[in-house]
Write a protein that binds this ligand. Structure first.
Ligand code: ATP
Length: 309
């Protein structure tokens, strides 16, 4: 009994950690079966999506708490129109990542509804839900295998041509080509260590291969130089193209083109609109924007001083 208990308990801990970090949720389908908190309804149908059509995603007056005594989301209500990008910004702890965890149905909400193409995510199978969503997490955990395998994982049966095509779209092909073993280079803990940005590009390539109807992009928090930032912007455009996308953003400059920006504060949406609309509002978003512009200016000045030495 004890022997059995330990591994199961370990899986439980691991599962909770993964839920928390949003890292590589997709590769843990098997592990998810261990999760008894979330269950499919009996005879639940699969999510029905029209061929090649991106669905609407709707959060309808969602209230949520992880623990009984502390409510995290209050009446969160928004719609991501099919094929468009909604970005979420706000202070640390305001509830941004919680939205993506809920869309993936890692937790059930206390009241309200989350719908995809008009179907409540609690009424469809978790498998079909997660098949429809691609996630680019902040921290991608790579398999101890080749870089090619790590990309191909996005789609069982992918050919080498498929892999190369998405690697090019994710701007990582040239880097891979420059490695002595190319796509056969071993990565992960026991192989080549990739930088955070490189790992994220592998995740982007994998997601492009999966070609999901819905995409969640959890932008890394680490500071980036402006060249890398432009690269992320280009990549975002690439994966969000005609896909329903939810972007958890830390750098406002990466989401100026989003069709909708939600500003969260302490679990509530306090402002919403396009970049221009929110700037005109001269509220919380405009303040965040000014602050980031100021910080960028200081950073650029430091770069210039550094370069001069
Ligand atoms: P960041 O920008 O730092 O990633 P965030 O806006 O994404 O923050 P969330 O991760 O959504 O914030 O967290 C919202 C709140 O929920 C925080 O106060 C956090 O402490 C709390 N929280 C997150 N995960 C759990 C959990 N598993 N159990 C209890 N509380 C949690």
């Amino acid at each position: 009994m004890i022997q059995l208990y330990i591994p199961l308990n370990f899986l439980g801990v691991l599962y909770r950690e993964i839920k928390q970090s949003l890292a590589d949720m997709e590769k843990l389908f098997n592990l998810m079966d261990q999760n008894k908190e979330i269950a499919d309804k009996e005879q639940a149908p699969a999510l029905a999506l029209a061929d090649h059509a991106s669905p609407d995603v709707v959060f309808q007056r969602v209230n949520f708490s992880y623990e009984e005594k502390r409510q995290i989301l209050f009446d969160v209500d928004f719609k991501i129109v099919a094929g468009t990008t909604t970005a979420v910004v706000g202070h640390s702890g305001s509830g941004k990542s919680t939205l993506s965890r809920l869309l993936f149905r890692f937790y059930d909400i206390q009241s309200g509804a989350i719908q995809i193409a008009g179907q409540n995510i609690m009424d469809i199978t978790q498998h079909s839900l997660r098949q429809a969503i691609g996630i680019v997490p902040q921290d991608t955990v790579l398999f101890n295998d080749t870089i090619g395998y790590n990309i191909a994982y996005g789609k069982p049966g992918a050919t080498q041509e498929d892999v190369i095509e998405v690697a090019k779209a994710a701007y990582i092909h040239d880097f891979i080509q420059s490695l002595p073993d190319g796509y056969d280079t071993m990565v992960g803990e026991r192989g080549l260590k990739l930088s955070g940005g490189e790992k994220q590009r592998v995740a982007i390539a994998r997601t492009l291969l999966k070609n999901p109807a819905i995409m969640i992009f959890d932008e890394a928090t680490s500071a980036l130089d402006s060249k890398s930032e432009q690269m992320i912007q280009a990549q975002l455009k690439q994966i969000a193209k005609s896909r329903t996308s939810l972007v958890i953003a830390h750098r406002l400059s990466t989401i100026v083109d989003a069709q909708q920006i939600l500003v969260m504060d302490k679990g509530r949406i306090i402002e919403r609109g396009t970049h221009l609309e929110l700037m005109a509002l001269a509220g919380a978003y405009a303040q965040m924007w000014e602050r980031q512009q100021h910080n960028n200016a200081v950073t650029s000045e430091l770069d210039v001083i550094e370069a001069a030495h």
